[in-house]
Design a protein around this ligand. Structure first.
Ligand code: FHN
Length: 460
């Protein structure tokens, strides 16, 4: 099939999948399954109590740092002057393995400072970190004795950033996790995918002869064992499970549970298994039937692309964090460090602004549960129950001009009502069908201001 026909077929396929609601065509041209396949409720291999216990700290944490870092960052997703569009550069430009490996020979991120990255996460108010230990290009960003295609063996830098970040996060009291691309590996000859659409078919064109179980045995299981035994991560964040069978997903989960029963595994271990659901680049309309997390880029592209300046705003990021928390989810916000090992300044500033907001208002996010009364066009509600009484946090995005808020459906007796940022009292009184709150003229914070209402009893 000529190259042009291939491109037309790819576009038509993307349009079909897009309008079928089964996929989104991303800015970088990749087609992801999006959330459609992940809507199903998770099946657990453990009891619900065991899963809940494992997720306790994670559900309290609410906010984490995602990091996409790899060889594609060397020249900002460009290769020989060609735009690779994203961390999918190797596939987007069909770069032969022999050529792509040459990038490793030059990869020397001398400005990398694990303590600095962990400090950025800490200052942002993030409670955990998840970094790509191996993305789709198959290159291990950690010391992998089972596979020489790794950062210690192949680069002049010869350091293990996963080890260094794990130690730096411990010093900051931040939980450390690793991302692992499960069903896409463009370095291993046996890693196949649906119709080859997401495989390396340029070095290994005979897709039908590939046997995923060989890749699974030779690379996946040894590297997951290394990641757990070498770094004891709090989370293994699998991605793109593709063709993995239910038996393989179960086997992998069993291996992880055996090595570390406390290690949290996301649902992209495949086949509806895992401890929590993943939503990508989007926030669900309502609550989810299980623990869940939205992962999102801070700009447009996951990996560092040197022309990606589409930074999100601090208020939209804070609103997303609160919106997600109000629906009982976690926010995993991604940065893409450069080939020199630098997290770009606009990301640092946005993280700092979020951290400053959380320093004052974090009580309305951390250790909260979802809103018992839905959402409002002016903001969101999160909840805490302590000693049989309820605290509701109303994060106001749009400060009402008339200086009033009305909260329908709450009949509980009011114990106290304050502005979280200052502790100053606000007038709140019960009406026949809810609570009326009188606010000062000026919002306490330009990003979002929180009104804290404590009532007697439980608000369901
Ligand atoms: O293809 C990957 C993509 O590069 C990125 O890693 C995201 C992050 O969740 N996961 C896949 C797209 O769904």
């Amino acid at each position: 099939m000529s190259q042009l026909l291939k491109i037309i077929a790819f576009i038509l396929c993307g349009i079909f999948l897009y309008f079928a609601g089964y996929a989104q065509v991303n800015a970088d041209g990749t087609i992801d399954t999006g959330d459609k396949f992940e809507k199903a409720k998770l099946e657990y291999l453990d009891s619900a109590e065991v899963v809940a216990k494992r997720l306790e700290w994670w559900n309290d944490a609410r906010f984490g740092m995602f990091i996409h870092w790899g060889l594609y960052a060397q020249d900002g997703c460009f290769w020989k002057g060609q735009d690779g569009r994203s961390e999918h550069m190797m596939r987007n430009l069909q770069i032969p393995i022999a050529e792509y490996e040459k990038i490793a020979a030059k990869f020397n991120p001398e400005k990398f400072d694990a303590d600095e990255w962990a400090q950025f996460a800490k200052d942002a108010g993030m409670k955990y970190m998840v970094i790509t230990s191996k993305h789709h290009d198959g290159f291990a960003m950690f010391n992998s004795p089972s596979n020489d295609y790794n950062i210690v063996k192949q680069t002049p830098w010869k350091r293990d950033p996963i080890k260094e970040l794990n130690e730096a996060c411990k010093k900051q009291g931040i939980k450390f996790g690793v991302y692992y691309s499960l069903g896409r590996d463009w370095h291993h000859p046996q890693c196949n995918s649906n119709g080859g659409r997401r495989s390396n078919v340029w070095d290994f064109p005979e897709e039908e002869k590939k046997d995923y179980s060989i890749y699974f045995k030779e690379k996946v299981k040894p590297q997951i064992t290394e990641l757990i035994t070498q770094y004891k991560p709090a989370i293994i964040w699998f991605d793109t499970p593709e063709l993995i069978t239910k038996e393989q997903s179960s086997e992998l989960l069993g291996l992880i549970r055996k090595l570390d029963p406390n290690c949290i595994v996301n649902q992209r271990v495949g086949n509806k298994l895992g401890d929590y659901a993943v939503r990508e680049q989007k926030i669900p309309k309502g609550g989810e039937p299980q623990s869940w997390e939205t992962c999102m880029t801070i700009s447009e592209i996951w990996g560092y692309h040197k022309e990606d300046h589409a930074w999100k705003s601090a208020d939209s990021l804070v609103h997303s964090l609160v919106d997600i928390a109000s629906k009982g989810g976690n926010f995993l916000l991604n940065v893409g460090p450069t080939g020199e090992g630098v997290i770009r300044q606009p990301s640092v500033e946005l993280l700092k602004e979020m951290g400053e907001w959380l320093k004052v208002n974090g009580e309305a996010v951390y250790e909260t549960t979802s809103s018992p009364i839905g959402k409002f066009d002016w903001g969101r509600c999160t909840k805490k129950v302590e000693n049989g009484n309820t605290t509701l946090y109303f994060s106001v995005f749009n400060w009402p001009e008339n200086g009033e808020l009305f909260i329908p459906g709450i009949k509980n007796e009011i114990k106290n009502s304050t502005l979280l940022a200052t502790g100053t009292q606000v007038k709140a009184f019960a009406t026949d069908n809810g609570i009326k709150i009188e606010l000062p003229n000026v919002a306490a914070n330009k990003l979002a201001s929180v009104v804290k209402i404590q009532v007697y009893g439980i608000v369901k």
